[in-house]
Design a protein around this ligand. Structure first.
Ligand SMILES: NCc1[nH]cc(CCC(=O)O)c1CC(=O)O
Length: 312
């Protein structure tokens, strides 16, 4: 095909890494690509916490305008940052192969020992899931909010704001900071955010079906797809924006899909987790069932408390 696939992306280093990753996958399938950088509202308002501007679409709206006008064919995002329901007229057409899903602790100090309650530790993070999870399992750890891209966060840590950062492995790895990773956290305690570690490709529903198919066969990783469909179905029921500490991880065991997910209260006092297994093709239903179990066993009350706390 002679047509150039135009890839829209934000301009941050992580976003560009992801866009070039997708471009590489397309090129490997002999498709031509062009990268178009688009600034979003989320990139402009760096000093306000995302939980406060209202997370809905702050990093995606401008990209969607360009998708709708046909100026770009696809938009590339961290799958984790995508709302569970997209605005009408848009869809996720592919998920790239997921890498390690764990959260990690990143620091220059190799002696960080987060399990030792006698050793004071300040961790930088801006994820409510990570803060609440720390409060639950490691209440001795102090946290401080650190926003901005990874490079900015590391600079703030180096300036003394915190001893270490709590981040996704995927982002640290993509940005080339593997050597600063001092701990990989357990998936049972730090169950990741929905979609963590995969890159999502979004298009307008009116994208030429032939182009859509070519992009999917070049970029979509089937097993990752099964996992993310289930996790995103879970998230959709809980209406969890990125400011709500919900988590879910689906894993394949042969043709079976096992999904574990839950919610943790902001103060870390309550953490509800359930697990379900079913056929990998039934991810949507599994995710919904899991969400219902979590809601019925106390999750609903936690969710209400969180929503009213965030409004203040
Ligand atoms: N919330 C921001 C964000 N969105 C995607 C990643 C990393 C890549 C990924 O998790 O897929 C990160 C950084 C982080 O959570 O540490």
């Amino acid at each position: 095909m002679n047509r150039i696939i135009r890839i829209g992306t934000r301009g941050s280093k992580l976003a560009l890494w992801q866009a070039y990753h997708v471009a590489d996958l397309l090129k490997a399938a002999s498709l031509q690509t062009e990268i178009v950088i688009i600034e979003t509202k989320g990139d402009k308002v760096l000093d306000v916490s995302i939980a406060k501007i209202g997370s809905k679409g702050v990093f995606t709206e401008e990209l969607e305008e360009q998708l709708a006008s046909g100026a770009i064919d696809i938009a590339v995002h961290s799958a984790k940052d995508m709302q569970s329901s997209l605005p009408e007229g848009f869809e996720l057409i592919a998920f790239t192969e997921r890498e390690k899903v764990n959260d990690i602790i990143l620091s220059h100090d190799k002696d960080i020992d987060y399990r030792n309650a006698d050793k004071p530790l300040v961790l930088g993070t801006s994820s409510t899931r990570r803060v609440a999870t720390l409060k639950h399992f490691y209440p001795h750890i102090q946290t401080v909010e650190v926003r901005g891209n990874l490079q900015t966060r590391i600079a703030k840590m180096e300036a003394g704001l915190c001893d270490a950062l709590l981040l996704a492995y995927a982002g640290a790895h993509r940005m080339g900071y593997d050597e600063m990773i001092c701990h990989e956290l357990s998936l049972d305690e730090f169950t990741p955010a929905v979609g963590q570690g995969s890159v999502a490709i979004e298009s307008s529903v009116s994208l030429d079906p032939q182009v859509r198919k070519l992009i999917q066969s070049a970029c979509h990783h089937e097993d990752t797809g099964y996992r993310l469909v289930a996790e995103r179905s879970y998230l959709r029921v809980l209406e969890g924006g990125c400011s709500i500490p919900v988590f879910a991880l689906a894993e394949l065991e042969g043709s079976q899909l096992k999904i574990k997910g839950g919610i943790v209260s902001l103060d870390g006092q309550q953490r509800i987790v359930h697990e379900l297994t079913g056929k990998k093709e039934e991810g949507v239903v599994l995710g919904q069932k899991l969400a219902e179990q979590v809601l019925q066993s106390g999750g609903e009350k936690i969710l209400k408390e969180i929503k009213s706390a965030l409004k203040k």
